[in-house]
Ligand binder design. Structure first.
Ligand code: XUL
Length: 525
């Protein structure tokens, strides 16, 4: 035994990750891509429907069908699912699911003889559902902020200003534009709580991690805020179940999954959370001060905080951690690999010569600075692409390469200040983390050791670790969060880079210059 399953229902795929905590191994890792399997049946493109005018939806019935296919695939690979003690999961954040009054009986009376899709097609009061990519709710964001008494009030109450993709503004828009369908809705869940409901065979509530991505949860109390609900849409206290506390099982697995895939009767279902809060756990960030940076298409900074600190200037979002105690801060920089690749391509370099350019140029770049907004930027807010150079010769390829990486590292330091976190170590993951010269600049700018992390499915891994921690606590074998995550979140051996004193001193001065340049060219910094 001691096997735990984490399921991540994300935008383009659903992933199952099975761990064994007795010998600390990942036993199975399997993904079902939505386009590959369901494009013909549902018409999705990259897992979604682009409906125009900023509206982006997906199909909750497709996610149920994909769950069946995932479990069938694991079973066909001869994994003995009866050995799984508990399941937890993660969902793409913010996406809402709307169910009618047939949902609860349908889940309860479901037969394992037929797939979910044949039995659940009628439970939705809205067949397609908005997801995090939907930006069509600016008007509703303003109305909700006004309704609670202003932006600062919403920030103080929920940890976040109103964001278009967040669930509350999306629910308000549904109520305004489709009032009949809204009235037929008896349950509003998120992607996470919807998949948990399928597994538990009953409707379950949203966890605090994903609840914080709704603009409707009192972040300090980890309960729905009546003030925010009132400002969002009518009757929400009837349509939302109470927040499901982190770590407490929402039930045991439904007889459907026992009959069809051989799950054991006492397999626990733990609350599902958002993919970012689950990644916080999957990256091992369970102690305040630990920070991870994912260097991908966009760069994302994750931090574990002891308090729900907020950013007035919208530099980031705050979510409750599924560890039940801490909070996570998330800041997203759009110009991650986008900017690195743009500079590489302009000067016709490859990644090898790019690293060499960093190695032979000096920290501080002889005063040369760049604001690398090759695309519009989220943090700081820049609405049109604009690349600004100061004391930097555009013809000097190597200096421009150093300038883009130094800019990204300096910006990651400046815009992490709102988190109030004293960064003690930085775990870097994602494609660009393979480049040790990039990591060196981050170690010197942040003046802390940088470790490389290799992980593809941190959200699914975090979910599996939540399942393990929750089950062990429920069965009287509680272990600390540190002990739970440590064996699965080791940095790559030999990857640690320590800061260099002289370079740290150079960047301490340079950051002042950089911030002044940024202030002069952007809206918020
Ligand atoms: C976070 C966000 C995205 C989704 C992606 O606020 O919108 O990261 O969670 O799945």
């Amino acid at each position: 035994m001691s096997k735990y399953l984490g399921i991540d229902s994300s935008t383009q795929s659903i992933t199952g990750l099975l761990i064994d905590t007795e010998n600390n191994t990942i036993v199975a890792e399997e993904s079902i891509n939505f386009d590959e399997h369901f494009k013909a049946a549902y018409g999705v493109e990259n897992g979604v429907f682009d409906l125009g005018n900023g509206a982006v939806h997906s199909a909750p019935l497709m996610w149920a069908e994909a769950l069946d296919l995932l479990l069938q695939t694991l079973k066909d690979q001869d994994h003995d699912l009866s050995q799984i003690e508990a399941i937890a999961g993660s969902g793409q954040q913010h996406g809402t699911v709307y169910l009618n009054n047939t949902a609860a009986p349908a889940l309860q009376n479901i037969s394992s003889a037929l797939p979910l899709k044949d039995q659940l097609a009628g439970i939705f009061s809205r067949d397609t559902t908005p997801i995090w990519m939907d930006t069509s709710t600016s008007a509703q964001c303003a109305e909700i902020e006004d309704g609670v008494g202003g932006q600062d009030k919403l920030l103080e109450l929920t940890g976040n200003t109103a964001f278009e993709r967040f669930s509350g503004p999306q629910i308000r828009k549904f109520h305004q534009t489709e009032p009949d369908a809204y009235n037929n809705t008896v349950y509003i869940g998120l992607v996470s709580s919807y998949i948990a409901s399928l597994l538990a065979g009953k409707l379950v509530g949203v966890d605090p991690g994903d609840g914080s991505g709704t603009n409707m949860m009192d972040i300090a109390a980890r309960e729905w805020s009546l003030t925010a609900l009132d400002a969002t849409a009518p009757d929400l206290t009837d349509k939302l179940l109470p927040i499901a506390p982190s770590g407490q099982a929402v039930g045991t697995i439904s007889h459907y999954f026992m009959g069809r895939y051989g799950f054991a009767k006492d397999c626990l279902v733990l609350p599902f959370s958002g993919d970012n809060p689950c990644s916080l756990i999957g990256l091992g960030l369970v102690t305040p001060g630990q920070v991870a940076l994912s260097l991908g298409t966009s760069d994302t900074l994750f931090a574990c905080m002891d308090q729900p600190r907020t950013s007035k200037t919208g530099e980031g979002a705050v979510f409750a951690s599924p560890d039940g105690e801490h909070y996570m801060a998330l800041t997203c920089y759009l110009n991650g690999s986008l900017a690195r690749e743009a500079v590489r391509d302009i000067y016709h370099f490859d990644w090898g010569s790019f690293a060499e350019a960093l190695r032979i140029t000096v920290p501080g770049n002889n005063g040369g600075l760049m604001l690398p907004y090759f695309s519009p930027e989220i943090v700081p807010k820049v609405s049109e692409p604009s690349v600004v150079r100061q004391d930097l010769n555009e013809a000097d390829a190597k200096a421009n390469i150093r300038a883009v990486i130094e800019a990204q590292a300096l910006s990651s330091s400046i815009h992490a200040r709102w988190m109030g976190v004293d960064i003690s170590s930085l775990y870097v993951t994602g494609g660009a983390s393979a480049n040790a010269e990039i990591l060196r600049i981050y170690a010197d700018v942040h003046n802390c050791p940088v470790h490389r992390f290799e992980t593809a499915n941190s959200a699914a891994l975090g979910a599996a670790l939540c399942a393990a921690h929750g089950h062990q606590s429920a069965t009287g074998n509680a272990v600390s969060w540190q002990e739970t995550v440590a064996p699965f979140t080791e940095p790559v051996a030999g990857s640690t880079i320590k800061p260099d004193k002289e370079a740290v001193a150079v960047y301490r001065e340079m950051i002042v210059e950089y911030q002044a340049l940024e202030k002069a060219h952007t809206v918020a910094s």
